[in-house]
Each structure stands twice: as C-alpha cells, then as structure tokens.
Design a binder for this molecule. Structure first.
Ligand code: SAM
Length: 557
C-alpha cells in the first residue's frame, strides 16, 4: 500500500488482525472489534476503546509474526524450544543445537539453517556460562529472512516501530553491532545491510513479548520471544487494563482485565507489576525508550500501596518515607518522611533495595525459613506493603503447603495462618495495582481457599464452630474459588494456571455439595450457639465497613 494512503501504517496493522483471526484456533472466541487504532501523542499508535468494554470481554486474538530465542538464554533446541541439558545433537546441515532429527524441519529453524548451512560452524557452547548470548542473532536473522519467504509478515514487521534514532549509539546498540550485525554479515556472509539488520533488531527490542509455555505433549517448559503486532500496539501502563493469555498454538488471546471506558486506551504492562517505580521507569527507558508518566509512576504512594516506601527511622515517628519526585528522570530526588519530614538520599534507598535483592538471590529455591529470616530482618525497615516484603509474601504464599515437609497437611496452625496472611496481603496490593482478571490473583485466590477450608474443617472436627459460622467459612472459600475461576478462565488446559482452574472447578462443585450436607447435620456436630456467645462471635468478624453500613454512615475512605 502507498505510504501516502496509510502514513501511519494503520491499515497494514489491521490487515494483520484479519490474518490472526484466520490463524487462531477455531474455538477461539470471535467478537466485534470495540477499539480503533489511533495516533495519540506522546504514545504514537495505540488502541482506543470505541465503546464501553466490560471486564472479561475478548478484545482480539493475535498470531505471532515470528518467534525465536530471547537475547540471552540457556541452551535450547531451535526447532521446538525445549531446554537442553547438553549439546548432544547438532543439526545435520548447520550444526546448531537441536533436540533431535525431527526438529531440523520444525518451526522456524529452516530459516536460519538456510544461511548457516552455507558455512556450517558448530557453536562453541563450552565458552559460555548459563544464560549466554549465543542466540541473540537468531531472531533478527529470522525477521530479515521473512522479506523473501513470507512477504505479508515482512510488510507487517516493517510497519512496526524500531526507534533506530533513539537506539543508535547506546551501549546496547554497540554490543549488537558486534554480536548480531557483524556476526551475520561478516561471519556468515548474509546478503543484508547493517541498517536492515538494525531495523529488525530494533522492531524486536521495542515490540517483543516474552512467551512461556510447554512444548506440546510434554511438561518441558520453554521461554522465548514472539512478535505480536496487535498486542504491541497497546501502550504501556504500570496498572494496565488488559490481560493476555498464550494459547496452545502460540496465538495470544487478549481480554479486558477490568471495565474500560469509551475513549480510554487499552493498555498492557511492559514491565513487572511487582517492582518499584524507580526500577520500572529505568527498565522502560532502557528497553522501550520512553519515560513512563502513568498515574502509578506519578504518585509517590503508588496508588496508596506505598510499594516503594520505607518506615521512618526516627524514634517513634511511624511515618512513611517516599520519593519527593518519582518522575525525576535522574532518580536523584531525595526521599522524605510524610510525618516528620526526615530526608533520605535516593542513593541510599537504591542501595538498600539492591542489598535485599542480593540477599534474596542467594537463597536456595524453596527455602521457607531463609525467606522468613530476611523478612524478619527488614520488616521494621520497609513499609509493610513494600515490594520486597510483598514479593517475599508472594513466595511464601506459594511455598507453605507445597514443599517437602511443609505440605498443607503438615503445617502447624501458625504456619497455616501465615500462609493465609501472605495471600491476603498480596491480594490487597493486587486489588490496588492490578485489579480484575490476572493470573497472579487467580493463583493466589486458589492458594488462600485451601488453608481457610482446612482451618474451618479442623475447628468443625473439634466442635469449635456453630453451624452458621462453619457455613460462613465454607461460603468464603467458595467465593474465593469462584473468583479464582473467573481469573483463570482463559488459561489453556496445557498450562499450570489452566490446570489450577480445572481443579478449582472440581473443588467448588465438591464444596457446594459439602455445604448442602452440612445444612442437614444435627446440632450434636456443632458448638452450641448460646445467646451470650452469639453476638461476641459475630463481633469478631465485623469490619469498620460493616459498622458504618449498619449506622448508615457513608464510608469516604
Ligand atoms: C510496543 S510499542 C507501542 C506501539 C507504538 N506506539 C507504535 O506506534 O508503534 C512501544 C513504544 O510506544 C511508545 N509508548 C508505549 N507506551 C508508552 C507510554 N506509556 N508513554 C509514552 N510512550 C509510550 C514508546 O515509544 C514505546 O517505545
């Protein structure tokens, strides 16, 4: 299409949407498009809702233009992406690592093979540590080869942003000239110009998504990169309003994670939501070349979570120390206590966060007591909702009940309560930073329902609950399961989340059956609900919200 007719390549991108719809699985939901591609500064092209969108509405399915290894990764098979323990099998034509003969023709491997086979050189894996950059040239090469082999994909790829002007001269750019451009053109004689390769590398750097799944028919996990043009058109927001799910054939399903108003942008998160403002903004600037100015980044309290805040160290103050200017591009603005105005240097905060990262990184996997040790060490230094403490609670919520010698049945009541506390505190933060449909929320709700039910059953066995209270506790667990299923409903069955969703559906059915049975049980199974005990018992469960509601005072909080 002539450039004048489509100056922003919007039509070109809509064409890809049509291709994706054709390529997506037959069962994938088809819906009317409720958004348009528009150009809005400073974002560039972005997706804008043309009508009200409800939570869970399917927005689109997106097929990848191309997939391939990440810039750095462990040894993998270039055909099926399975991780390899050793370099035992080399492609018979190009000598690159594969898992076996069948993968010589699998996936996109024939693309790079057609270039490397002209000058076969077995890559020297022994020279690299884990997570090496041996593979960094593969995906840019695959992109370049689309030009001849898949022209439709090539024209979509060239419609995408590469920020060459902003990338040129950066440290990353300089490294890529050696590892990618020279490697392909000088070592392997690729008939391309440096500009063409840099453009492909740029499109990948600015637009790629990490994709994680299992090799079909196995439990072998893979982690690669994929170029999803429609997903890439969504602007970034540190508290986004969409949720994406990788389907079995590597197409991406995108749904609204919460209601989206007409005129609002559909947004995705390009970075990790459980990291602090300084880190997210640094990462976005380094990798995506913009300074994020979303509501969360502008707010020193990060939407009331105090996710980066420290506890004030001045005796008895009890205030929270936050950045005086989180938007500062130099990250040098001092931090200040919101009560006593005590100041802390930004550098000190950064050093403290790094120190905790290093301590956490040294912990062996699944070591509950070590995580608890670091939590105790820093709990009076950091705000209770600081990202490090919430990150540790996330880890603990998954470990208690799931590791050897700490299975759910082996936990003490104290440990069960700790698991419950960790899940609840994580959910509180997620409600503020990532409300609606999310994998993390779905999994955490599942983790929370089990110990709650276990405690309720224990108390029932001890005849320590009235019938009403036991039913209320069962109802709470059922509600958690319902919400978990809502969050994980789009996950494919082959994924861990899809499996949990299926298990949650089974547990919910069972639980509802048990509740019906409990209704029929006689009083001999329960604690007597004496007139004195009744109100006191109810009081324990009351919240401030309940009290305000009963007095009909609106809660302005
Ligand atoms: C994956 S692309 C998104 C599509 C892009 N707007 C386009 O026209 O091709 C990422 C780029 O979009 C822009 N962008 C995305 N989110 C942004 C945000 N929150 N603030 C400013 N620019 C943003 C930046 O230029 C970024 O490098």
């Amino acid at each position: 299409m002539a450039k004048e007719e489509d100056p922003n390549n919007v039509k070109e991108l809509y064409n890809w949407l049509a291709v994706s719809e054709k390529e997506s699985p037959k069962w994938a939901p088809k819906t009317k498009r409720k958004w348009n591609l528009e150009v809005v500064e400073p974002y560039g092209r972005c997706t804008v809702a043309t009508e009200h969108i409800a939570e869970g509405d399917v927005l689109f399915v997106d097929a990848p233009v191309i997939t391939g290894p990440k810039q750095t990764c462990d040894l993998i098979c270039l055909g099926c992406y399975r991780m390899l323990d050793n370099f035992d099998y080399a492609c018979s034509k190009c000598l690159w690592p594969l898992c076996g003969k069948a993968c010589e023709q699998r996936g996109y491997h024939p693309l790079e093979c057609s270039v490397f086979c002209k000058n076969p050189k077995k890559p020297i894996i022994e020279d690299y540590d884990d997570n090496h950059s041996l593979y960094e040239s593969i995906l840019p090469l695959r992109c370049f080869l689309l030009k001849e082999k898949f022209p439709q994909k090539w024209s979509t790829l060239t419609a995408m942003e590469s920020h060459d002007d902003l990338r040129r001269g950066t440290e990353l750019w300089r490294r890529q000239q050696h590892g990618i451009v020279n490697f392909l053109i000088d070592t392997h004689g690729l008939n391309a110009t440096a500009d063409e390769i840099n453009r492909c590398t740029g499109v990948l750097d600015v637009n790629c998504h990490e994709v994680r799944s299992f090799v079909p028919g196995s439990r072998d996990e893979y982690r690669v990169r994929g170029l999803y043009p429609m997903c890439a058109m969504m602007s970034h927001d540190c508290a986004s309003n969409t949720h994406h799910t990788l389907l079995d054939d590597m197409t991406m399903l995108v749904v609204a994670s919460r209601p989206i108003k007409k005129g609002e942008q559909l947004t995705a998160t390009y970075t990790h939501i459980l990291s602090a403002t300084t880190e997210r903004r640094k990462h976005l600037h380094y990798s995506k070349f913009f300074h994020c100015l979303c509501e969360r980044c502008k707010d020193p309290t990060e939407m009331g979570t105090y996710f980066g805040a420290l506890r004030c160290s001045q005796g008895g103050c009890g205030g929270s120390v936050t950045s005086t200017n989180p938007k500062d591009e130099t990250n040098m603005s001092p931090w200040e206590c919101n009560r006593c105005r005590f100041m802390v240097k930004a550098e000190t905060v950064e050093r403290l966060n790094k120190m905790i990262y290093f301590e956490l990184a040294r912990i062996p996997p699944r070591a509950i007591m070590e995580v608890e040790g670091i939590f105790q060490k820093y709990k009076n230094v950091l705000h209770p909702q600081h990202f490090h403490l919430i990150g540790m609670k996330h880890t603990l919520s998954e470990l208690y009940g799931r590791v050897e010698n700490n299975t759910l049945g082996e936990l003490t009541v104290q440990q069960i309560n700790r698991k419950i506390e960790c899940c609840r505190d994580l959910l509180t933060v997620l409600d503020m930073l990532d409300p609606g449909i999310s994998r993390m929320r779905g999994l955490t709700l599942y983790e929370l329902h089990a110990p709650l039910l276990m405690l309720a059953n224990k108390l029932f066995a001890e005849k320590a609950l009235t019938k009403q209270k036991f039913l209320r506790k069962m109802e709470e667990a059922a509600k958690l399961l319902e919400k978990c299923i809502h969050c994980l409903q789009f996950e494919p069955m082959s994924s861990y989340e899809g499996e949990i969703c299926k298990i949650a559906e089974g547990s919910l059915k069972e639980l509802k059956g048990s509740m019906k049975q409990v209704e029929t049980l006689g009083p001999q199974f329960f604690k007597e609900s004496s007139p004195e005990a009744g109100p006191a018992e109810q009081e324990k469960d009351l919240t401030l919200k309940d009290i305000l509601a009963s007095l009909e005072i609106p809660d302005h909080h």
